[in-house]
Design a protein around this ligand. Structure first.
Ligand code: SF4
Length: 309
C-alpha cells in the first residue's frame, strides 16, 4: 500500500464527507469547544462510557472544576469520588486526569511554559494517562494539529469503502487514513470520519438511511459485502437486502422504468444475469417490493421491467 488515496478523485471523496458532516451531525457539547482541557475531559470520560451518558458527567465535571487550574488544585479524593458517583469506569483514569492537570499547570512538559498545553500529539502524550489515541484526538480537536484518527469505527469505514484495504492481507489503515485526510484539517476531518463510522457505517450499515456521501465510491455498497474487521460475517441478510431495496427504489425514482438487467447492473457491480446475484436474486427483491406496494413489475414477452407504483 502506498501513501496514495485509494480513489480516482480524492478531492471529491474528501469534500463529500466534509459536506455531509457539516450538513448534520450529532451535537455533542465538546464539539463546540476548542479548549484542550474540556476536550481532554470528554476524551477520558468516553473511553469507557457511552457518549450519551458522558454529556451530563462532562457538564457536571466542568461545573465543579471549570479550568485546568481548578482541577490541578482539587483534592484527588474528590476527583475519584466524582468518577465513582458518575459510574465512569476505572478510578485510575480520574487519578491520571488529575495528575495531567498538575503537569500542565506546573509546566512539566518539555518545551511548554507553565499553564500552557502542548499542542501536538507527541507533547500531549507526555501527560499522565494520555495514550497515542487521546493525544491525537486532543491535538486534532483543540489545536487542529493532529494526524488522522484510526479507531475501530474508522477502520470499519475504510475497510468497507476501499477495495484496496478490503483485499489487503495486512491492511495499512494508518497510511490510507493519513493520505485521505485533507492536510491541516484534522479537526473537521476526524470528526467527520468518526461520525460516519458512528452513524452511517456502524456494524449494521445505514448507507441509504443516513445518506452516506461515499455510496458512489464505496466497495461494500457496490458489492453488498458489508463485512469488516469487527463484523466478520455479513451483518444480516435482511440488512443487506434492505440496502438493495433502498437502492432500487431510489433508482426507479430517477427513471420512469427500467428493465431487469439494466437495473441489476446499476445496483451492484457484480451483477451477472445468471449468477448468484443475478436475475433470480433481483426478481426476489422486486417481488418483495411489489408485495409492499412500492414497485410494479411488468413481465413482457422478452423482458421484465420495473417502475415505481
Ligand atoms: S456506503 Fe455504506 S458501507 Fe459504504 S462507507 Fe457509506 S455507510 Fe459505509
Amino acid at each position: 500500500m502506498t501513501g496514495e488515496v485509494p480513489a480516482d478523485d480524492p478531492a471529491a471523496v474528501r469534500d463529500a464527507l466534509v459536506s455531509w458532516y457539516e450538513a448534520d451531525h450529532r451535537a455533542f457539547p465538546w464539539r463546540e469547544t476548542e479548549d484542550p482541557y474540556e476536550i481532554l475531559v470528554s476524551e477520558v470520560m468516553s473511553q469507557q462510557t457511552q457518549l450519551d451518558r458522558v454529556v451530563d458527567a462532562w457538564r457536571d465535571f466542568l461545573d465543579r472544576w471549570p479550568a485546568v487550574e481548578d482541577l490541578a488544585a482539587a483534592d484527588r479524593a474528590a476527583v475519584v469520588g466524582f468518577w465513582t458517583d458518575h459510574s465512569l469506569g476505572y478510578n485510575n483514569r480520574a487519578k491520571y486526569l488529575h495528575e495531567a492537570a498538575g503537569q500542565v499547570v506546573g509546566g512539566e512538559v518539555d518545551g511548554v511554559t507553565p499553564g500552557e498545553w502542548p499542542r501536538d500529539p507527541a507533547g500531549l502524550a507526555e501527560l499522565m494517562g494520555v495514550g497515542p489515541y487521546t493525544a491525537n484526538a486532543v491535538a486534532s480537536f483543540a489545536f487542529n494539529n493532529g494526524d488522522a484518527v484510526v479507531d475501530t469505527n474508522v477502520k470499519r469505514v475504510l475497510y468497507r469503502a476501499f477495495a484496496e484495504i478490503h483485499n489487503a492481507d495486512d491492511p495499512d489503515y494508518e497510511t490510507v487514513a493519513d493520505a485521505l485526510m485533507p492536510p491541516g484539517e484534522s479537526r473537521i476531518w476526524n470528526n467527520a470520519i468518526m461520525e460516519l463510522g458512528g452513524v452511517a457505517c456502524g456494524k449494521t450499515p445505514r448507507c441509504d438511511e443516513e445518506g452516506c456521501p461515499w455510496r458512489e465510491w464505496c466497495h461494500a455498497y457496490q458489492t453488498g459485502d458489508f463485512t469488516a474487521p469487527d463484523v466478520p460475517t455479513q451483518p444480516s441478510f435482511e440488512g443487506s437486502r434492505r440496502q438493495f431495496r433502498g437502492r432500487i427504489v431510489r433508482l426507479l425514482g430517477e427513471h420512469d422504468e427500467m428493465d431487469l438487467d439494466t437495473l441489476g447492473h446499476r445496483i451492484r457491480v457484480d451483477y451477472t444475469p445468471d449468477g448468484e446475484h443475478g436475475r433470480e436474486w433481483l426478481r426476489g427483491l422486486l417481488s418483495d417490493l411489489s408485495d409492499d406496494g412500492l414497485v410494479q413489475i411488468e413481465d413482457g414477452n422478452d423482458q421484465i421491467t420495473a417502475r415505481l407504483q
